[in-house]
Design a binder for this molecule. Structure first.
Ligand SMILES: [Fe+2]
Length: 368
């Protein structure tokens, strides 16, 4: 059976609307899968394959391009991607970005987050001092050193602390993720991408509420502190708003040793040649490849509807394309406020999905 055609069915669009992601079985032709696997095999130690033709062709030369053109609209063909190859590993003793020991986290160490969030390496000692001291010490420990609280502060993931000069937008944004799977991830604990199914609706609602409250979106906006001083290392990140996390906590949720419950994510079980498309708005995470017999291989793309900024080239990997890859400030013409455009896209998540409009209308009519 193959979904390899140029357009999502009505049913697929309805599923995508509801879940915020959709798996397309065997959508990548075998020859493209084998070419990219061959390229990974030939890689020299430490070589970055993100810009190699064999990798970006997984979108550019596969049915994913026509499918996304129809569902989303035009986007720059990616020139780069994230090569998510993850070796088999065991639970670790280190503090993760959430401020918890990796071995204490449920769900194979998943750290559910929104993309475009700045991440400075987590302090490995339990932090001392006031919350303010911990905050300033943390933001001074990034790759650019101590710049105070500034939009020039960068994370080790090369995402700025704030996107805009006024520090009202603390997340980068785009339209769609594509995860292409190159190995068997049909069993639990093989490093699957995890998603918080349906949480895109809650994130959109939350962004709208933040916007109406004071126009500040993301961490450090209303009801979304950046740092969780209650985490075991006293300096964990709130990667999603706690109010959204709590909406998905139920009887099936697992806890960390401090008793905090974590919403159970859905591991995306795919096999070689499958791909998952997902909304920017969906909280997600990689997970530990604990049970795998080989390295986990997901090739990750980030695409943005060209209409957001027709003059700006999006490279296919950046989660903060309103700034340069390394946080450079880009030039925008008079009257083009990129921060406001991105806020509008975050508050109105279907606006950049041109082929979803009928389904959105039909589904919203059902609820109301
Ligand atoms: Fe991510």
């Amino acid at each position: 059976m193959s979904d390899a055609r140029d357009k999502l069915t009505l049913e697929q669009k309805q599923d995508f609307y509801r879940d915020g992601f959709l798996v397309l079985k065997k959508v990548i032709p075998d020859e493209l899968v084998e070419a990219s696997l061959g390229r990974i095999k030939r890689a020299k130690k430490g070589e970055n394959l993100g810009g190699e033709k064999e990798m970006i062709d997984l979108v550019n030369a596969s049915p994913l391009t026509p499918i996304l053109h129809e569902a989303m609209g035009y986007f720059d063909p990616p020139v780069h991607c994230q090569v998510g190859v993850m070796k088999q590993s065991q639970p670790g003793e280190h503090f993760n970005s959430l401020g918890y020991k990796d071995k204490d986290m449920p769900y194979y160490g998943a750290q559910i987050h929104m993309d475009g969030s700045q991440t400075i390496n987590a302090p490995q000692e339990v932090q001392e001092g006031s919350e303010e001291e911990i905050y300033y010490r943390y933001i001074a420990s990034g790759p650019k050193g101590d710049l105070g609280r500034s939009p020039d502060v960068m994370g080790h993931n090369m995402v700025p602390l704030f996107q805009d000069p006024e520090m009202t937008l603390a997340l980068g944004s785009f339209t769609a993720f594509v995860f292409v799977c190159l190995n068997d991830q049909t069993e639990d604990g093989r490093g699957q991408t995890n998603l918080l199914k349906g949480a895109h609706h809650e994130m959109e609602k939350f962004f709208k509420w933040q916007y109406e409250t004071n126009g500040h979106l993301g961490p450090e906006g209303p009801d979304w502190p950046r740092i969780n001083y209650e985490a075991p290392n006293r300096c964990g990140l709130f990667y999603i708003p706690d109010s959204v996390q709590q909406k998905f906590v139920d009887d099936s949720s697992e806890s960390t040793p401090d008793g905090k419950k974590w919403a159970r994510p859905t591991p995306v079980k795919m096999d070689k040649g499958d791909a998952c498309i997902a909304m920017y708005h969906i909280p997600h995470s990689g997970s530990r490849n604990e049970n795998g017999t080989e390295s986990r291989k997901n090739i990750i793309f980030r695409l943005r509807n060209k209409k957001r900024q027709p003059d700006k080239m999006v490279n296919g990997v950046s989660d903060h394309p309103d700034r340069g890859q390394m946080g450079e400030w880009l030039e925008y013409e008079e009257g083009n406020d990129p921060w406001e455009r991105s806020k509008q896209a975050m508050c109105n998540m279907w606006d950049e999905w041109e082929g979803m409009q009928e389904v959105v209308k039909e589904q919203r009519a059902k609820v109301n």
